[in-house]
Design a binder for this molecule. Structure first.
Ligand code: GLY
Ligand code: MN
Ligand code: MN
Length: 484
């Protein structure tokens, strides 16, 4: 097959010289991934600035917020896991280097006057040769709008600066977390104690309230991640797989070649009885023609997650009418739950209300399929929740109560399921079948937008894709995932 090495009409023949060696991708070193003004794909420096201004809006003058970055974690010896930034720090700055500290102060009533101080790993020729470039103490001001910046390498002067900041503020917001840098964590707690600021105030729920409501640019990113991931499902359904691991890696390859950065979480690829385990991730079994496969997998783009589940027959034909009927039952619950999202805001509904409604719908579906004691068993056969908030984290902002009324701009998943154990309590023809169907929606005043609409789920559509292939136009090896 002839591969297209063109995107947006650009040719990639001679590498232009990059002026900046930076610790993360920016427009200056990855101009096809980020537009001028963006700090992370799709999100501008101005939006990060606005998020900080919003965070301090309702805080008293003299407030100071401190967030420690995550550290690199090691699997064994020198083998490290991919770095995952603290998502609150990332949300407020776009900064993606480990071992850093962000401090945000509110020195006056004017929220635009907030001051950002960043403590970051300094430039270091030796370290950068082995571990990769660092942005450094100067460029964090230049690109990330830090008003003040210091090196994390000089711990004496770092603690002195932190002491000055803590001393000059009245209220300190800080969530101690000994899983991060435990020495800095206890240094900060000691400084708070020494300066008679009492105990730190909680910070996480303040950021969660902001993260809960997605901006236009966040929704655009999540829509694109959902679209790429959804199209990948169709392409996978149009093929046949014999090994769970092959399907797993095929999907991951498609997510990334279509423009996502990575998988949003470890995929579930579960055939037959493996699907009874909700978080089955070993994905090492053979797939049989008389089974369905339950897949829960999706890509992330610019830090934002997509989250999709689909279940389809391995061989392209429904193994039995029971498989089809149970599938239709879950699909009915999913369709009705999506309908409930349409009027969720108008009816002041919470995530919990949506869940309760889905349990009721599931009971009715089980009754229709002649399960005995449908009412009592529904919660056993549908043991998880209808969904969760989605954003930088897959299970986003858990600090936000599921009993609060949903609001415009919240992105939630709608993911009913049924998992029938191999037990004589249940009709024999349904045993050992597990089904989940999951989409992501952004709630609007007048309805919702399905961010993962491309992935087919109607029985006829699945059959059509599996038997006739997909017409999905999928650009492989995408250079600029947010353009065009
Ligand atoms: N993929 C995890 C979940 O659906 O919650
Ligand atoms: Mn989910
Ligand atoms: Mn999922």
């Amino acid at each position: 097959m002839l591969r297209r090495y063109l995107s947006n009409g650009a040719k990639f023949v001679n590498r232009p010289k990059v002026q900046w060696n930076l610790g993360q991708r920016l427009h200056e070193n990855r101009p096809f991934l980020l537009q001028p003004g963006e700090l992370t794909p799709g999100i501008t420096a101005a939006e990060y600035y606005q998020r900080r201004a919003e965070l301090v809006r309702n805080l008293p003058v003299g407030s100071c917020l401190i967030i420690l970055a995550n550290q690199i974690k090691f699997a064994s010896g020198a083998v490290f896991y991919p770095f995952q930034q603290d998502n609150d720090l990332f949300y407020l700055t776009g900064w993606n280097e480990p071992d850093s500290i962000m401090v945000l102060e509110k020195p006056s009533e004017n929220i635009e006057d907030h001051e950002l101080t960043m403590f970051v790993p300094p430039k270091n020729e030796f370290k950068e040769k082995w571990e990769g470039f660092r942005t450094g103490v100067d460029a964090v001001k230049e690109f990330f709008n830090a008003d003040h910046s210091y090196s994390v390498d000089n711990s004496m002067s770092m603690v002195n600066e932190l002491a000055k900041i803590i001393k000059r503020n009245k209220d300190i917001y800080f969530d101690p977390d000994s899983n991060k840098n435990s020495k800095i964590n206890s240094n900060i707690l000691n400084l708070i104690k020494e300066t008679n600021k009492g105990t730190p105030k909680k910070l996480k729920s303040l950021v969660a309230d902001l993260r809960k409501v997605k901006s236009e640019s966040e929704i655009r990113l999540m829509r694109r991640a959902g679209q790429i991931s959804g199209r990948s499902y169709n392409i996978a359904m149009a093929q046949r797989f014999r090994n769970e691991r092959t399907l797993h890696t095929f999907l991951e390859h498609k997510f990334i070649s279509g423009g996502c950065d990575k998988s949003a979480y470890i995929p579930v690829v579960a055939t037959g009885p493996n699907a009874l385990c909700i978080h089955y991730t070993s994905n090492d079994d053979v797939m049989y023609d008389d089974e369905m496969v339950l897949v829960d997998a999706a890509g992330a783009l610019g830090g934002y997650c997509s989250d999709i589940s689909r279940t389809w027959p391995v061989a392209g034909k429904w193994p039995s009418s029971a498989h089809k009927d149970l599938y239709e039952a879950v699909l009915n619950v999913q369709r009705e739950s999506l309908k409930n999202c349409k009027k969720a805001l108008e009816n002041n509904m919470s995530l919990h209300d949506l869940h309760e409604a889905s349990v009721k719908l599931t009971k009715q579906e089980l009754k229709n399929l002649n399960f005995s004691k449908a009412t009592e068993i529904a919660e056993k056969l549908y043991p998880h929740y209808i969904g969760h908030n989605l954003g930088l984290d897959v299970h986003d902002v858990p600090e936000v109560s599921r009993f609060n009324p949903l609001v415009e701009g919240q992105v939630i998943t709608i993911e009913p399921g049924l998992y029938i154990p191999d037990s004589p309590e249940y009709p024999a023809e349904f045993r050992n079948i597990g089904i989940r169907i999951e989409d992501d929606v952004v709630l609007k005043k007048d309805g919702y937008i399905n961010l993962t609409v491309e992935a087919v789920k109607e029985i006829k559509d699945i059959e059509n894709v599996m038997q006739n292939g997909t017409t999905t136009d999928f650009e492989d090896d995408v250079v600029s995932p947010l353009q065009g």
